[in-house]
Ligand binder design. Structure first.
Ligand code: SAH
Ligand code: SF4
Length: 394
């Protein structure tokens, strides 16, 4: 970390620098993977090296217009201006928290709002990225669930959260963006194809260049998608286990009615993992419901045999949320109990709690319904297939 960088400087993007004119009718270049960009440029009759140049402008130099791309021919710049766009989302409001976390809202061309959270630390800067507008999974402890699912984000809308943030938090002042966690709004594996492509863009070595070891996708446990996930990408996987009995998990995570704990864990035992990789199990501590020491014992038993890290998340309250944070001292006892069984356990620091930027506090219930009029909340027993998402996205 650069010692000259202020610890947590307040964000100060100049609105002019960030102003973009998203054009919904044009080809969005940020929807393309590297090879898709080459194929598109070939269709335009351009030589292959142009792909690398444009990729560099988009993801290294963070250009916001084609006119900046001065090493392209003038005629290519004119064509790109006519047919293509670099942006589909614009930065909206920012909510800085005294602990350094900043919740950033982005507005899509259809008025949908997505949220990302910048989380600075001494040795790293993490961005929590959204994959959908709202979420269909319906977990009872999560604020995003209350929106229902409005639609999937496109590849470009996922990637642009990172590009905008890199402009808003320049390296010289804030340090490098090192880690991405797909733990914002939405269930990433419910928007599988777009998320897999976005992960390729994030880790592309001549572009955003994030290490696949520093990118994590968090899922509520879509077993059908987990079966292919390890083949389609090699980023880290985090699974929201959140309960140790099917009775409680089905009550707080309706997806458990489709794929109960034993089916989920069996799937995880069989997915290919790179050497020295572990699966992170997220576990939300709901006071009196999932934070008993019997839960700790059952949790240890459940993950036995899986290379695992346990990440405990004391429940973050939100308006209308009917749960309790764990009683004082309980988190420590829970950790101790698991460590005695030789488990690798961390407690997620609560950042941005006061600005509703912490885990499970993203999204405004009813916002999408008001603005877009099409919230989709599929029945609890059918939250797994692609159908509701496709309906919402069509
Ligand atoms: N949909 C994905 C990723 C987004 S949620 C998933 O569920 O894994 C990211 C994490 O926040 C999940 O582990 C989820 O269990 C947790 N979470 C949701 N609401 C929360 C809340 N109010 N307090 C603490 N953690 C919460
Ligand atoms: Fe969706 Fe994750 Fe919230 Fe569950 S916890 S409703 S899967 S965002």
């Amino acid at each position: 970390m650069n010692p000259h960088i202020d610890r947590y400087p307040a964000p100060d993007p100049s609105p002019e620098a960030l102003a973009v004119a998203p054009s919904p009718d044009k080809v969005q270049l940020k929807d393309f993977t590297r090879s898709e960009l080459d194929a598109y440029l070939a269709e335009l009759g351009e030589k292959k090296f142009r792909g690398e140049q444009i990729w560099n402008w988009m993801y290294v130099r963070l250009a916001s217009s084609f006119d900046e791309m001065t090493n392209l021919s003038k005629s290519l710049r004119t064509t790109l201006n006519e047919k293509c766009s670099l942006h589909r989302v614009s930065p909206g409001q920012m909510h800085p928290s005294p602990d350094g976390a900043v919740k950033c809202t982005f507005v899509c061309t259809d008025g949908a709002e997505v949220e990302s959270v910048w989380i600075p630390n001494e040795d790293r800067n993490t961005l929590c990225v959204s994959s959908q507008v709202g979420c269909a999974i319906g977990c009872t402890f999560c604020q995003t669930a209350k929106m229902g699912l409005l639609r999937n984000l496109t590849v470009g809308e996922i990637v642009e959260q990172i590009v905008h943030i890199r402009r808003m938090f320049p390296i010289e002042k804030y340090g490098r963006l090192t880690n991405i966690v797909m733990m914002g709004m939405g269930e990433p594996l419910h928007n599988y194809d777009n998320v897999i492509k976005a992960l390729h863009v994030m880790t592309s070595d001549k572009g955003l260049n994030l290490s696949n070891r520093k990118v994590t996708v968090s899922t509520s446990g879509l077993v059908n998608r987990l079966q292919t996930f390890g083949h389609d990408t090699n980023v880290n996987l985090a699974v929201s286990l959140n309960a140790t009995t099917n009775a409680v998990r089905s009550e707080i995570m309706p997806i458990n009615r489709r794929w109960p704990i034993e089916v989920l864990l069996e799937t995880l035992r069989n997915i290919p993992l790179q050497a020295r990789r572990r699966i992170t199990f997220e576990y939300v501590l709901l006071g009196g419901l999932t934070d008993t020491l019997d839960d700790a014992d059952r949790l240890a038993k459940l993950v036995r045999g899986i290379p695992a890290k346990i990440n405990l998340i004391p429940w973050n309250p939100h308006p209308g949320g009917e749960f309790q944070r764990p009683a004082p001292g309980r988190v420590g006892e829970f950790v101790e109990r698991l460590r005695k069984k030789d488990l690798n356990v961390t407690v997620r620091e609560t950042r941005g709690l006061d600005t509703m930027a912490a885990c499970g506090q993203l999204g405004k219930p009813g916002l999408g319904k008001r603005k877009m009029g099409r919230a989709v909340t599929p029945p609890a027993q059918d939250v797994t297939g692609a159908t509701p998402v496709e309906e919402a996205a069509s």
